[in-house]
Structures are given as structure tokens and as C-alpha cells.
Design a protein around this ligand. Structure first.
Ligand code: FAD
Length: 608
């Protein structure tokens, strides 16, 4: 089945859940209108449908090839990338002074969803380049900006993000790659990075690596990390001393190379330049990572959309069984069975909920940059709060949606030919990279709940309460229990937030961390439900939004009471069970646990 870009639904979400009109009203985006945005989406949708989606299976089947000449992407990918860059898609959100179009983040996110729904392995490459452009524009000196930004913005070159090392995953404080200062102001980089997405490939001649490394005498842990720009090709065209030593064989996103990168393997070090202040590299990298986290959430939305469409098409065609009531005539399409309908609608609702949260986050970023001066800090806090929720919820949802998609296909879903399995394999990594979803939950609980003295989360809880009250005031049967469920969810979120706040204030960090993941899901379900209800209240589509908001509220929002109970009372039980069943004893177990011990006093992915 071929992918159909859900342009109308995305455009509605941008306005109802995101707030596109408010962003455009700031005047920061010239004469950009909602109609123009829809036209951009339609054009992107045609590209995703016509060029990217047909290459999705090719990339999955053929993967990438690594040999002494480097890494070769699957057949047709290089041409598709060139076509994509030539059409100007790469610079959509980039600053206009460097050749970009400076469009709102909310438009960037909408278009990213389409690329990912068509072909997630393709989309992850340009997504990393967009993050690198942000980081270079925000933190690099003018020489580096002039040398690299125009060609990154045009898409002539691509960029990567190099954090992970064998001993430094979630805990970036353990990074060992080193940078030695040179007399001319450059640096020589030595070390090994693993799992680097698009670390080497044939889509562009040059690849610009953003690399975290330590200066000599740098403090231990995360406070001693600096950021460096290391090009594959130097200004004179000579090859820098950075190579992909290998590519990983992996569960999904086969079309995207995942590389082990060796810097300085030839002896003299790879030439690089520092971005931002010494020892403040993580802060600079977080400019890239915050946007990348939202973008990974959007990857989840895109893949979930693809999985839903594939399952729906299959369910409409596959005939099995008879309706429980009525005559036993010919077998009916499985889409007519209530149990399959529940599966499909759960897929649809989770996708829509994830999309709405991602757009609310994108809108907060836009307003933090372009809103009224006095309100920008408040919007920035909201964006900070929503980023881990968007990343973790939308990617967990993608995995659940893709898994349900396999289920809807029955045995055929387990067979590669239908494409349902690929969605599940591709989506699985979204919950792992850009900071695992566990790390997102820790970030939410330990850093984001206290933003603006708790005002950021209080505003979200108030939004949920308002949506509940607005639905109740309408008093319409078509909303079913939506208002009641949302009101209860707002109370659950408030109670869980109070509990975590008290636990942290009283120094019971373990209690708070035990509830971090259920708390994130609780917040996401409550807020996602509220955003869908808000969209339904504003909708003019004859009831589709209302039906979706009601289904989401009645199917998922009810979970919040159980989640709140787990947050509030679950820590003791977790401790007891861990002591009974997960006790680390014996040298082998101790050695394994040592790998994840923190030597930096914190989990770096969540310390910024
Ligand atoms: C396909 C792929 C592409 C990738 N692309 C890139 C890339 O382009 N650039 C890059 O730099 N990296 C990349 N990565 C690496 C990725 O970001 C890391 O895998 C991720 O950050 C997790 O680190 P880790 O694998 O070492 O897991 P670990 O840190 O060992 O974590 C293992 C488990 O322990 C949990 N955990 C760890 N520490 C804590 C803690 N303090 N508290 C609670 N739980 C904890 C984690 O949540 C996880 O469930 C990629 C990985 C993959 C698989």
C-alpha cells in the first residue's frame, strides 16, 4: 500500500493544538499565511509520497555497504537526496542570513513528519544536519559560520552529532575523546565514537562532524567537555584524519548508516575547531539535542502514521469471520470486527496525541524566539517542559502503534512483505537515541518540574482543566466522558506533581526517580487528551476530531489514575521487589553494574 500524506490533519493540528495563527501573528514570519503553510505541506507530501516512500523498502532490504571507499547508501538514495536538497527542503527552518527560509519550527516539524512517514532512515540524516545548523549558528565564531553554514543550509554538505563512546552512553561525563590545542587556534582530535548516524555516506562529498571531546586538564565529568567541528574534508579538499571504521548491523533503520568513527587514527589527530567556550560543549550541543529530541518525537509520529495507514488498508481488504449478529454470509473485511476497530482506533488516537504534543512543543519554541519580549522566557520554560514529554511519549506511542499494526495484519504482519514489521523495527530505536526515554523521564522530573518555580507544569495542568471545563460546558453527548476523564486527569497530574515535588524537596530522590516514567506517561496522556479535545472544540470537520478526542479520552486518559497511584505509592514496592529480585551479587554482576555507574555526579543527557 502506498503512503498518503495526511496534510489536512497535520495542518489542523498545527492550528488547533499548536497555535500556528498565534505564531504568525507575531509578525516574525513576514507574510507567511496558514494557506501558504498548507501549500508547503502539500508539496512536501507529494515528495514524501512520490520519492521517499518508494525507497523505504529498498533501504530496509539492501541497507548500506561499507568498504575501503567508505559507505554507500542503497540504490536511488543519492539521487533522492540531491532532488530533495535541490528543492530547497534542507533550509526550511534555517536562518535566512545563511540562506535558509527561517520558517517556524512548527512548519519544520510538520514537514519532518512527512519525511519520516515516507522514509525514516532517510529523514534522520537531514534532521541531524538541521540540529547542527542550529548549534553552529548559535555558538560558533563568524569564521566557522561563514565557512560551513551556507553549504550545510543548502544541503550540499550534511552534519553529524558525535557524543557516544563505548563507555559513555547516557553518562556523557565519561567521554574520553581528547582535543589538543594547536598554535594556529585549531585542535587535533583523538578518539573513538560509536553509533554515529550518517557518520559516513555517499549522499554528500563533505560531512561536518560535531564532536564532544576533552581539552587537556579539563575537569572530570560533564563540566570538562568541549564541542568541536571536525570536517571530513579540509578547506583545501584534503581528507581529514577521521574514518568510519565500521557500520553496525541492526534491528531497524537499515537505510541509515550507524558508524564507528575513529578520529586521529593515522597519528597526528583530526583537525577541528572549537564551537563555544572551553568546557561548555555540552551546553552548545544541547542546542542541537533539544531540537533533535523534538524531531525524534516527530519521527515517532511519522512512523506511527505510516503503520496506521498500512494496517487500515490491510484491514479493509482482508476477509475473515462473520459479524457476531446477522446472517452468516460471506466473510467480512476484518475492519468490521470491533476488536480490530479498537486496535486501529488506538493506533490512530495515539498517533494524533503524539502529533498534538509535538506541535504544542514546537509552538512553544516558536513563541520563545518570536513572541512578545516579556513572554519569551515563559514560553522557553514551556518548551523545556514539553520536550522530554514529546520525545518519550511520541516514540513510545510509535512502538505501540507499530506493534499493533503487526497484530492487525495477523501472521502477514510478521512477514516482511507487508511492511508492517519494518515500521516496528524502525521505531524501536526512537525510544533509545537522543537520550533514552528513561533519561527523558528523569529530565522531566528532576529538572523540568521546577522550571519557573513550578509555574510551567502548573500552566499545563491548568490547560488540561480548562479543556475539561470547556467540554463540560458544551454539554454535548458526542463528547461522551471526555470532560469527566480530563478533569480527573488534571487532578491526577496535580497530585502526582505535588508528590514528586515533596519527594525532591525532602531529598528523597530515589522515590521521585522510581515514579519518573509513569509520571511522564501520565502527563502525556492528560495533556494529549486535552489538546485533542481543544482541537475537537474548534473543529469544523463534521465530527471526526470529536470522535478521535472522545476515543482517546475514554481509552487512554482513564489510565491516569493508575499511573498517579504508581507515582505516589509505588516507590516502596519497587524497592522491595528490586531488593528481592535484582540484587547485584557476584563479580560478574558487579562488573556489569559498574559500566553504568556514574562518575560525574549525574546523568549528562539530563543535566542540561
Ligand atoms: C541506531 C542508533 C543510532 C544512534 N545515533 C547516534 C548518533 O548519531 N550520535 C550519538 O552520539 N549517539 C548515537 N546513538 C547512541 C545513543 O544515543 C545511545 O545508545 C543512548 O544515548 C543510550 O546510551 P547507551 O546505549 O550507552 O545505553 P546506556 O547508557 O548503557 O543505558 C542502558 C539502559 O540504562 C538506562 N540508564 C542509563 N543510565 C541511567 C541512569 N542514570 N538512570 C536511569 N536509567 C539509566 C537507560 O535508560 C537504558 O535503558 C545511536 C544509537 C543507535 C542504536
Amino acid at each position: 500500500m502506498s503512503f498518503e500524506a495526511p496534510v489536512g490533519e497535520i495542518a489542523e493540528t498545527m492550528r488547533a493544538a499548536g497555535g500556528l495563527d498565534e505564531a504568525l501573528a507575531t509578525g516574525a514570519f513576514g507574510d507567511l499565511s496558514p494557506d501558504t503553510v498548507t501549500a508547503i505541506l502539500a508539496e512536501a507530501g507529494r515528495f514524501a509520497e512520490g520519492v521517499l516512500a518508494p525507497l523505504n523498502r529498498v533501504g530496509d532490504r539492501d541497507g548500506v555497504r561499507h568498504d575501503e571507499n567508505g559507505v554507500t547508501t542503497a540504490s536511488g538514495w543519492k539521487q533522492a537526496y540531491r532532488q530533495w536538497a535541490a528543492a530547497g527542503w534542507n533550509g526550511l527552518g534555517a536562518p535566512t542570513e545563511w540562506g535558509g527560509q527561517g520558517l517556524p519550527v512548527t512548519v519544520q516539524v510538520a514537514v519532518q513528519e512527512l519525511w519520516n512517514a515516507g522514509n525514516a532512515s532517510f529523514a534522520i540524516g537531514p534532521m541531524l544536519t538541521a540540529g547542527a545548523i542550529d548549534a553552529i549558528a548559535a555558538h560558533a565564531d563568524d569564521t566557522l559560520k561563514r565557512r560551513y553554514l551556507p553549504r550545510l543550509v543548502s544541503g550540499e554538505w550534511m552534519a553529524t552529532m558525535n557524543l557516544t563512546e563505548p563507555q559513555a552512553g547516557s553518562d556523557l561525563g565519561a567521554i574520553r575523546t581528547r582535543a589538543e590545542p594547536q598554535a594556529d587556534g585549531s585542535y587535533r582530535i583523538f578518539g573513538q565514537k560509536i553509533f554515529i548516524t550518517y557518520g559516513e555516506h555517499d549522499l554528500t562529498d563533505n560531512i561536518i562532524h560535531l564532536v564532544l571531546a576533552r581539552l587537556p586538564e579539563a575537569p572530570a565529568g560533564t563540566r570538562g567537555i568541549s564541542l568541536f567541528l571536525v570536517p571530513k574534508l579540509l578547506a583545501d579538499g584534503a581528507r581529514n584524519d577521521v574514518v568510519a571504521a565500521g557500520v553496525e548491523r541492526k534491528l531497524g533503520i537499515h537505510g541509515a548508516p550507524t558508524c564507528t568513527m575513529v578520529y586521529g587514527g593515522a597519528g597526528d589527530g583530526a583537525v577541528g575547531w572549537r564551537i563555544g567556550a572551553e568546557n561548555h560543549g555540552l551546553a552548545a550541543m544541547f542546542t542541537m539535542m533539544n531540537m533533535a529530541r523534538l524531531s525524534v518525537g516527530v519521527q515517532g509520529v511519522g512512523v506511527a502514521e505510516g503503520a496506521y495507514q498500512t494496517a487500515l488498508a490491510y484491514a479493509r481488504g482482508r476477509r475473515q469471520g462473520h459479524p457476531p449478529a446477522g446472517p452468516r454470509g460471506a466473510m467480512v473485511p476484518i475492519v468490521e470486527h470491533p476488536d480490530v476497530q479498537r486496535d486501529l482506533l488506538a493506533m490512530k488516537a495515539l498517533t494524533a496525541g503524539g502529533r498534538a504534543i509535538c506541535h504544542a512543543c514546537a509552538h512553544a519554541i516558536d513563541m520563545s524566539r518570536s513572541g512578545p519580549a516579556g513572554e519569551r522566557a515563559r514560553w522557553a520554560s514551556r518548551a523545556g517542559l514539553l520536550t522530554p514529554i514529546a520525545k518519550a511519549f511520541a516514540t513510545d506511542a510509535a512502538i505501540a502503534v507499530a506493534s499493533t499494526g503487526v497484530q492487525v495484519h495477523g501472521g502477514a504482519g510478521y512477514i516482511e512483505e507487508t511492511g508492517a514489521a519494518q515500521y516496528l523495527r524502525d521505531a524501536r530505536v526512537f525510544a533509545i537515541y537522543e537520550g533514552t526515554n528513561g533519561i527523558q523521564a528523569i529530565d522531566l522530573v528532576t529538572r523540568k518540574l521546577t522550571l519557573d518555580d513550578g509555574s510551567a507544569i502548573a500552566a499545563v495542568i491548568a490547560d488540561i482543566g480548562k479543556a475539561a471545563a470547556d467540554v463540560a460546558a458544551l454539554n454535548s453527548d458526542s463528547f461522551g466522558d471526555t470532560g469527566v476523564r480530563l478533569a480527573a486527569a488534571a487532578a491526577d497530574l496535580a497530585a502526582a506533581t505535588r508528590h514528586l515535588g515533596a519527594a525532591l524537596a525532602e531529598g528523597r530522590a530515589d522515590d521521585a526517580l522510581a515514579g519518573a516514567t509513569p509520571y511522564l506517561r501520565l502527563a502525556a496522556l492528560a495533556f494529549g487528551g486535552a489538546l485533542l479535545a481543544k482541537g475537537a472544540l474548534a473543529a469544523t470537520d463534521g465530527g471526526r476530531w470529536v470522535a478521535l478526542a472522545r476515543f482517546f479520552a475514554e481509552t487512554f486518559v482513564g489510565e491516569t489514575s493508575g499511573l498517579a497511584a504508581t507515582v505516589v505509592t509505588g516507590a516502596d514496592g519497587l524497592r522491595q521487589a528490586a531488593a528481592a529480585m535484582l540484587t547485584v551479587d557476584g563479580p560478574a554482576a558487579r562488573a556489569a553494574s559498574n559500566r553504568t555507574k556514574l562518575d560525574s555526579g549525574g546523568t549528562a543527557w539530563s543535566t542540561m
